[in-house]
Design a protein around this ligand. Structure first.
Ligand SMILES: Nc1nc2c(ncn2[C@@H]2O[C@H](COP(=O)(O)OP(=O)(O)O)[C@@H](O)[C@H]2O)c(=O)[nH]1
Ligand SMILES: [Mg+2]
Length: 447
């Protein structure tokens, strides 16, 4: 079943393998009584062939091997999306000799038959789970083979370098000298490419998981009120009593097609209660981990020592200064804050009355969103890819070290061979059962 469980207008059941057409045609009868023709959407009905009872109107498409998603014969039956009908199709299909697909098995077969590599398979899953259109665009390019192509070329380069080193090992009598200077330059250039990709992981995570923004400030400055106002719902408890928020809350919001994870937490001032102390300890840790901070200050109060301490959390971080409660008589002037803000934007709002929330949202998008040239850059989204690239980088670093310390050619060759092998595993050119299992177990059924 390729559509989610539960009721829908339509549901899709897919079959793949040598028997796909025969099995499909037991359950699905075309209206014109002829066999399914490849790549045509054909109207018909579903029947329980044992009783010769029709139970739904449907359409079907036959994708003839090898021009199908899995490169095997495939049939997709599109019927009405009642769970009862879909279950009947699956049950009859199994009776006719099919079996249930495992999670990700269609894409696994596409991979095993060489239609996609592992990076493209991962992109399929990322598209299914896409959280923003920006991420979808990048995953779509990865599906098209952009990242695979780039890594494939790096691997070819490595193999070429390796063959040069091996030639000097195998034919010493021919007097081929290893050109260590040129080899060093070429390895360094490959490393620069690899390291650029490793750095893109942060952006990949930001796109996939959202950019984490912590709302920090003293108790009662209106953090939870702002959190709710930005989410446009009453998620956090708001009260006039300091110390109301003790644990933390995380929710995603989307601004201009970027996803942000907002974190509301305890006020960062002196605790009045041991539970508060723990909340404050966690809040500090969260503030340090966040990609950016909203430093919330209450304009109806003068700048306090606690405020100044909180402001110091912004050191080395992206931050916006937010002056809340502008509906009240001010005791903290924007100009007074400027020296503290060090050029960061200062936005005045009333979280309670919803004043200038739009201005704050635009500032959030401008300050925190990660900008890249999406048409040029490749981005990695997965820990697996990052870890593999780091291991490759490490091998190349060792190769460089051995080149510089006049080690034997064998040792240099070994590191280059290892790097090429890891690159092959990364794209899936070299098959590793462990990696394959880890990737496809994350897929949903029917894809
Ligand atoms: N006048 C005014 N009161 C606000 C504003 N934002 C929050 N408050 C009030 O300040 C108090 C503390 O708010 P809360 O969001 O719980 O603060 P937190 O402790 O920082 O999470 C509540 O009584 C809110 O209604 C605002 O913009 N103007
Ligand atoms: Mg609160």
């Amino acid at each position: 079943m390729a559509t989610p469980p539960g009721q829908g207008a339509l549901g899709i059941v897919r079959l793949s393998g040598a028997e796909a057409l025969a099995i499909a045609q037991k359950i699905f009868r075309t209206n014109n009584g002829q066999s399914l023709r490849p790549w045509q959407l054909t109207p018909g009905r579903l029947v329980d062939w044992e009783k010769e009872e029709a139970f739904d109107e449907a359409t079907a498409v036959y994708f003839q091997a090898p021009r199908s998603y899995t490169r095997e014969d495939m049939v997709e039956i599109i019927c009405h999306g009642s769970p009862v009908i879909l279950e009947a199709v699956v049950r009859l299909g199994i009776k006719a000799g099919a079996r249930m697909a495992h999670a990700g098995e269609f894409t696994l077969r596409a991979y095993l038959h060489g239609r996609v590599d592992l990076l493209q398979a991962e992109a399929v899953n990322d598209l299914i789970q896409a959280t923003s259109l920006r991420q979808a665009r990048l995953s779509f390019r990865q599906l098209g083979g952009q990242l695979s192509g780039r890594l494939g070329r790096l691997r070819q380069e490595l193999i070429h370098l390796l063959s040069q080193v091996e030639a000097t090992i195998e034919f010493p009598e021919e007097g081929i000298e290893l050109d260590r200077t040129s080899l060093r330059a070429q390895i360094s250039s490959i490393m620069a490419d690899i390291e650029k990709l490793i750095r893109s992981y942060e952006l990949g995570q930001a796109l996939l998981q959202g950019i984490k923004i912590a709302i920090v400030g003293r108790a009662n400055v209106g953090k939870s009120t702002l959190f709710n106002a930005l989410l446009e719902r009453e998620r956090a408890i708001v009260s006039p009593y300091p110390g109301t928020t003790r644990d933390y809350l995380e929710e995603k919001i989307k601004i201009n097609d970027s996803i942000f994870t907002l974190v509301d937490m305890a006020g960062l001032d002196q605790p009045a209660h041991p539970v508060e102390a723990e909340g404050i300890r966690r809040a500090r840790a969260l503030a340090t981990q966040a990609n950016g901070l909203l430093i919330l200050l209450d304009v109806s109060q003068p700048l306090s020592e606690s405020d100044q301490e909180i402001i110091s959390l912004a050191e080395g971080k992206k931050a916006i200064f937010v002056l809340n409660k502008i509906d009240l008589p001010p005791r903290l002037e924007k100009e007074r804050l400027r020296p503290w803000a060090l050029g960061r934007p200062i936005i005045e709002i009333s979280a309670l009355n919803g004043v200038n929330l739009e201005g704050l949202k635009q500032a959030i998008a401008e300050v925190f969103a990660v900008n890249i040239d999406e048409s040029q850059e490749e981005v990695i989204f997965h820990w697996r890819e990052k870890a593999a690239l780091e291991a490759i980088d490490e091998s190349l670093r060792k190769a460089l070290f051995h080149l510089e310390s006049d080690s034997s050619e064998e040792i240099i060759a070994e590191e280059l061979r290892q790097a090429a092998h890891l690159l092959g595993e990364l794209t899936g050119e070299i098959k590793s059962e462990e990696i394959i299992n880890a990737i496809f177990s994350q897929f949903c059924l029917g894809k």
